[in-house]
Design a protein around this ligand. Structure first.
Ligand code: NAD
Ligand SMILES: Nc1ncnc2c1ncn2[C@@H]1O[C@H](COP(=O)(O)O)[C@@H](O)[C@H]1O
Ligand code: PPV
Ligand code: MG
Length: 275
């Protein structure tokens, strides 16, 4: 195994094989424990219609439903948040995901007015906000809304980050990368799919092409196209298998370039340039 591969696997804590039932219970137990020790009542998560939020949302709903039964406290709840930027092209997938999760509450906030207003205000200073940059602003606006909801409901924001996204830093810093707990951490993309299959999710939701869908000019751009490497290669790498030198180099390049996202902000005590 490549030396950096070994180091990354140790950090991401991915197992080469999993038992889906065990991992489902592990994430559910973790979320319940998190709520109880922090005296919080609500889990909040944006549901996009993609694989990761479908799985995380289902596990969050399972966690609070069981907790209500076990504790006889009715105030534990899961709030699913629909956060389209105007009209979402794959709205039907988002509705199918919400339908399957069957959340206690569903809120809907159109982020378009806030995002467009922010871009317009910033641009009055003579700056141009690129479509890519605006995409990250959308992700941050979604996070802002989720934190406002959590703040109003004794809640915590759940993140959907998992090993295959974490290793590549394929998320917006302080956007979808910001959360209070990440119950999928340790799983790669195919293991998340395994959990959805075990839970008998609609097949279309776990066979769907993963997309951040952030850019106006490239709607539904596949993560794998943006990354230049497939999830299959990333998953194999994380399971300690051999992948082509080209794929490994690409993955390790993403890993190095995004080191700043997997840590707290730099301070005067940091050795800059040492990562
Ligand atoms: N597919 C899409 O539609 C789409 C659109 C936008 C973004 N994305 C993805 O979302 C992710 C986010 O994009 P991003 O990483 O360009 O933006 P980001 O906002 O997550 O991170 C960039 C910011 O991090 C900070 N930063 C950069 N390098 C740093 C360093 N070495 N040390 C400390 N801070 C540093 C800077 O503030 C910079 O603006 C990417 O993986 C991108 O591909 C996808
Ligand atoms: N359109 C969306 N509605 C609600 N929540 C969303 C939407 N798009 C993204 N999200 C949330 O962000 C994460 C990350 O998405 P990626 O596809 O991995 O970029 C997603 O899991 C949702 O929680
Ligand atoms: O985060 P999601 O739910 O949008 O899943 P994907 O990353 O597969 O688009
Ligand atoms: Mg997505």
């Amino acid at each position: 195994m490549r030396p950096l591969q070994k180091k990354i696997i140790a950090y991401e804590q991915v197992q080469p094989q999993i038992d889906p039932q065990t991992e489902i219970q592990r994430s559910v137990d973790f979320m319940q424990h998190f709520l109880q020790v922090n005296h919080l009542k609500t889990l909040v998560l944006g549901i996009s219609g993609g694989q990761d939020s479908t799985l995380t949302g289902k596990l969050a709903q399972m966690a609070v439903s069981q907790l209500r039964q076990q504790t006889e406290q009715p105030d534990y709840q899961f709030i699913a948040v629909r956060l389209p930027y105007g009209q979402q092209a794959d709205e039907s997938d988002a509705l199918a995901a919400v339908d399957w999760i069957n959340p206690d509450q569903v809120y809907r906030v159109n982020i378009k007015p806030a995002v467009d207003a922010a871009v317009a205000s910033i641009e009055t200073n003579g700056l141009t906000i690129s479509d890519f940059n605006k995409g990250n602003l959308k992700a941050r606006q979604r996070m802002l809304v989720q934190y406002a909801i959590a703040g109003a409901c004794q809640g915590a924001v759940v993140g959907t980050d998992h090993a295959a996204e974490n290793i590549t830093g394929f998320y917006t810093k302080y956007g979808d990368g910001a959360a209070d707990l990440t119950p999928l951490f340790r799983l790669n993309k195919r293991q998340g799919r395994q959990l959805l299959q075990f839970l008998q999710a609609p097949k279309s939701l776990y066979t769907k092409t993963p997309t951040a869908d952030l850019e106006d000019g490239r709607p539904g751009l596949a993560d794998e196209v943006a990354l230049g490497v497939t999830y299959s290669d990333i998953d194999n790498y994380l399971e300690g298998r051999t992948v082509s030198d080209q794929a490994a180099t690409r993955i390790e390049d993403w890993y190095r370039r995004t080191a700043h996202k997997r840590r707290l902000p730099y301070t005067v005590f940091d050795q800059l340039g040492s990562e």
